[in-house]
Unconditional design. Structure first.
Length: 87
């Protein structure tokens, strides 16, 4: 896998995570407040992960956790101001 492939995969993961964050803002806030974010976003995350998997090489998908990092960076960190039992 080349550096260019890695960069493209990271960009794709971040774009998908951004879309999830943008189109599901209220679900995300409610999920954080109720400490069930991953249950609330289960379908969106599965759909995003499948899209990501279909557009990157199997090697990148299995060895690099770009998608999971993007979800943490974009969906969770951007909502750090939301009150939650977990932080």
């Amino acid at each position: 896998m080349t550096d260019e492939e890695k960069v493209k995969a990271m960009r794709l993961a971040r774009a998908i995570a951004s879309d999830i964050s943008l189109y599901n803002e209220q679900k995300i806030i409610k999920g954080i407040e109720q400490d069930n974010l991953f249950e609330v976003l289960k379908e969106e995350l599965e759909e995003g992960r499948e899209l990501y998997k279909s557009r990157v090489s199997q090697e990148i998908f299995t060895k690099m956790n770009f998608f999971e990092r993007a979800i943490n960076d974009i969906v969770l960190r951007s909502k750090a101001h939301v009150k939650s039992k977990i932080w």
